[in-house]
Design a protein around this ligand. Structure first.
Ligand code: KE4
Length: 431
């Protein structure tokens, strides 16, 4: 596999950008080797600067549920760009996308668009503090909510690969009001909340964590968190930046039937352009400036092009009945994977929910906690990642990230992928 062009570009990038990247997890630090510079994508495929083609499962970390370069998304963006890219004024596209989001997501009665998932979560936390007048928040170990100072505590995603649950530069004062509880442990959360005696503004969690591998909520867990927050007047925030419009049209909250007070979104609602959003109960959202006293602003919030991309994507997800399509593709993939799952039981494990997959090198046959992911063999994942890459399959370059199917992954793509999984495991385990 030729990588000269990527290597040359990476050497130059490292003289200009910290670590040669604009986001750490792209740097291949935890899987080794040179990060590949992609130049184009179409459907399920991406091509790097050395013209190597891959079946993509990183899918830009989640946004590309319709596949790369979707015709309808491209047309919406180019048609809009013809009239200008940003005015810093209200634009009809914000109204249209807001209507689609509110229609789809059970908890959202009012929504505010921002430009990233980080902006969405940091704004939602400020809103919860403003609404309750309380200072402290609870996040769950291993959940990642972007890089706002007070959320870079026991986080997942790129931080997990660096083995530093916290980041330098986050002051004690900033982290002091962030409490951490283990995911999937209702008793621990209840003890923490009761110890805090009414000083908790919000509990924020990924309903289905996807930044420490993929961890499914135990039966009744999300309902239990909801009831705890209701009982203690705590704002429950579901960070659905990944889960939203991925697990279903209404996200994890629709899929599991548990409605938070606020929801954060990103990724898919921008279809690859920079969009984040936070929304929820109208009485809470009424606290947001200019209606209320909680300030939040953004030059490019609701950008017409990004809104156009999101509008096209959400209309298409509905019109092609995307989630039953994705379920069929996942069923096919799981039917092909079952042989490898059985053969390597006790050494290799796969977790799956809809179009989301995670691969673990572990003796466990079920992953239910972040500590269990921590105990997985990430060196073996790195070897697996490299072997899959050599076979033309691009997995997210970290064992703490997940893999995504899109509506464009064909049966042939899936067959080739599972064949590559089997061949890689045979090479690794010698059988
Ligand atoms: P952004 O600020 O990166 O748009 O969103 C932050 C964020 C918030 N909440 C959840 C649940 C998220 O997963 C993310 C970002 N996800 C990571 C990958 N799992 C982004 C990849 C990266 O950091 O480059």
């Amino acid at each position: 596999m030729k990588t000269e062009r990527s290597e040359k570009l990476f050497e130059e990038a490292k003289t200009l950008l910290p670590g040669g990247v604009d986001s750490p997890v792209r740097a291949f630090k935890s899987v080794g080797g040179t990060p590949l510079f992609m130049k184009e994508g179409k459907g399920s495929r991406i091509k790097d600067e050395d013209d190597n083609e891959y079946i993509d499962y990183c899918m830009s970390w989640g946004p590309m549920i319709l596949g790369h370069a979707d015709e309808d998304v491209l047309k919406a963006v180019t048609d809009t760009a013809r009239y200008g890219t940003s005015f810093g004024t209200p634009h009809r596209n914000e109204v249209e996308l807001a209507r689609l989001v509110i229609e789809a997501v059970p908890s959202i009665e009012k929504v505010r668009f921002v430009s990233s998932g980080t902006e969405a979560t940091m704004s939602a936390i400020r809103l919860a503090r403003g609404y309750t007048g309380r200072d402290r928040i609870v996040k769950l170990d291993g959940c990642y909510h972007g890089h706002a100072d007070f959320l870079l505590v026991a986080a997942g995603s790129g931080l997990a690969t660096f083995g530093t649950p916290d980041s330098a530069g986050v002051t004690e004062g900033n982290a002091r009001d962030t409490l951490v509880a283990p995911y999937n442990d209702l008793n621990a959360l209840e003890r923490l909340i009761e110890a805090e005696k009414g000083n908790i503004a919000a509990v924020i969690l990924e309903p289905v964590p996807c930044n420490y591998g993929l961890i499914l909520p135990k039966e009744g867990y999300l309902r239990g968190v909801r009831e705890l927050c209701t009982r203690h007047g705590i704002v429950l925030i579901f960070d659905e930046v990944i889960n939203g419009f991925r697990i279903s049209m209404g996200g994890a909250q629709e899929y599991f039937g548990v409605t938070p007070d606020l929801t954060t979104l990103g990724k898919i609602i921008g279809a690859g352009l920079p969009v984040g959003a936070y929304g929820g109960r109208a009485d809470i959202m009424a606290m947001i400036a200019p209606e209320g006293p909680v300030y939040q602003a953004g030059t490019l919030s609701g950008n017409p092009l990004a809104m156009a991309a999101g509008i096209a994507a959400l209309h298409k997800l509905k019109s092609i009945n995307a989630y039953s399509l994705l379920d069929k593709k996942a069923d096919y993939m799981n039917s092909l994977l079952s042989e490898a799952k059985d053969k390597y039981k006790g050494e290799f494990h796969i977790e799956n929910l809809g179009s989301i997959y995670a691969f673990y090198f572990t003796d466990l046959e079920k992953i239910e906690s972040v500590d269990q992911v921590r105990a997985c063999n990430m060196e073996k994942f790195a070897e697996f990642h490299s072997r899959m890459l050599q076979k033309g399959i691009y997995l997210s370059p970290s064992g703490y990230e997940v893999a995504f199917l899109s509506t464009q992954h064909s049966e042939e793509d899936i067959f080739k992928t599972v064949d590559a999984v089997k061949k890689s495991l045979t090479e690794m385990f010698g059988r």
